[in-house]
Design a protein around this ligand. Structure first.
Ligand SMILES: Nc1ncnc2c1ncn2[C@@H]1O[C@H](COP(=O)(O)OP(=O)(O)OP(=O)(O)O)[C@@H](O)[C@H]1O
Ligand SMILES: [Mg+2]
Length: 402
């Protein structure tokens, strides 16, 4: 059977549950079919890929409400959130899922953890039959822009529950006495309704504790929060988010049953994020791989910003909407601030030809010269010439010397 090797890779990816690898292998099969002249079959696969991705973004709700055992009255848009009595400011925002962001993209480990939580909440009765309850509290931590807040929205949306978001710094009133009351009011409100409670920017609590002024009062505030977190377990689901995990003390960590680290996206997730953020410009697999290689260490938010800049450059410079146009635009965007620490990024910013030398000689990257040629727009003989010339070495030495 032709293309059996790719079919095998597809099966392997599907069985291991690695969505990124699966998409990549199906794209590979599509490319092979296209090259063989089976344009119709290739187009069918392309439509399949697009519709699966779209369906995933549009309808992340996979857990049926009836099966989730979250107690409480139904929260409706007519119900007003609690306010700070001194300032009249709202203590939380309520999101009913109408403006929910697209489903986050994560590597297999994070996606597996999130899916696992959703599965627990969707099968609460089955868990109860063996005397355990679903996880009620999750602490999400990790660097800025990694998709923590988006993931909390996705969880609430998948559970078909409204999301009540409070920022700790929003609860802290200039009148400290009011702060403890604000916290109590917020939790009373969340406990009354069926919802997910999200405490975003949770590290503000730790900073408050470090503040030396009014120590006694601050202790009271922190204790109120911890007590409310304990009581909340009986009522519903709580997610807290921080990007300064080292600021949180063990008393806080202990309050959360699951700790979920969301870091910078790994290569497969990076490719999917880049493909999403470049849309409607369609990026083929080889240029996606080059982008993902070059942008190692970038957060999801960084990738989003960068892809927007690339699209702006593409449009204003009248570039072609294909691999070479994207490659030149990425180089142009990176060159505006060439002081990058990640070496491939720096090399592409300074000299795109040297970058081609780099990827032709990187055995781990292992991309065929034909694909490099297609993605970058350099003819195959030019790519061979750049491979021999090793133009990247001078830039690497220069960078070592600095
Ligand atoms: N894993 C991801 N999947 C999809 N989009 C992402 C992802 N990570 C980041 N983004 C994009 O970056 C933006 C910022 O993400 P988000 O606000 O969730 O990050 P965060 O981890 O909460 O950051 P911070 O710690 O700064 O609050 C989102 O609007 C989204 O478009
Ligand atoms: Mg956030």
């Amino acid at each position: 059977m032709e293309h059996f090797a790719v079919v095998q890779s597809i099966i392997r990816a599907a069985m291991s549950g690695d969505r990124g690898a699966l998409t990549k292998q199906v794209s590979r099969l599509r490319e092979r079919l296209e090259k063989d002249g089976a344009a119709k079959d290739a187009a069918t696969l392309e439509r399949l890929l697009a519709s699966v991705e779209e369906a995933r973004e549009m309808a992340p709700s996979r857990v049926e409400t009836s099966r989730i055992q979250v107690r409480g009255e139904k929260l409706t848009p007519e119900i007003h959130p609690p306010i700070d009595r001194e300032t009249g400011a709202r203590l939380c925002m309520i999101d009913f899922g109408e403006n929910a962001p697209a489903a986050p993209i994560h590597g297999a480990a994070v996606q597996g953890a999130v899916d696992g939580l959703l599965q627990e909440w969707g099968n609460a009765a089955a868990l109860q039959s063996v005397g355990v309850a679903p996880t009620r509290s999750v602490l999400i931590y990790g660097p800025p822009g990694s998709g923590k807040t988006v993931t909390a929205h996705y969880i609430a949306q998948s559970l078909r529950l409204p999301l009540i978001t409070a920022r700790i710094d929003g609860l802290i009133s200039s009148f400290l006495g009011t702060t403890a009351r604000n916290i109590a009011n917020l939790f009373d409100f969340a406990n009354r309704y069926a919802c997910v409670l999200l405490l975003d920017e949770f590290d503000a609590l730790a900073k408050l504790r470090d503040d030396q002024q009014e120590v006694g009062e601050i202790k009271r505030v922190v204790n109120t929060l911890l007590q409310n977190l304990d009581l909340r377990r009986e009522h519903g689901i709580t997610i807290a988010i921080t990007n300064h995990d080292r600021l949180l003390d063990p008393a806080v960590w202990r309050r959360f049953e699951t700790h979920l680290y969301i870091g910078e996206p790994e290569v497969g997730a990076r490719e999917q994020l880049i493909a999403r953020f470049l849309r409607p410009v369609r990026a083929e697999a080889p240029i996606l791989r080059i982008f993902a290689y070059c942008l190692t260490g970038s957060s999801g938010a960084d990738l989003e910003r960068l892809c927007s800049a690339v699209k702006r450059n593409l449009a204003l410079a009248g570039e072609t909407h294909d691999g070479p146009g994207l490659f030149r635009s990425l180089s142009a965007v990176l060159s505006r601030a060439p002081d990058h620490t990640h070496l491939p990024k720096k090399i592409l910013a300074l000299d795109p030809e040297a970058f081609v030398s780099l990827i032709t000689s990187d055995v781990d990257f292992a991309m065929k010269q034909a694909d490099i040629s297609e993605a970058t727009g350099y003819g195959q003989s030019k790519v061979s010439e750049l491979k021999k010339a090793k133009r990247h070495l001078a830039l690497m030495e220069q960078s070592d010397a600095q």
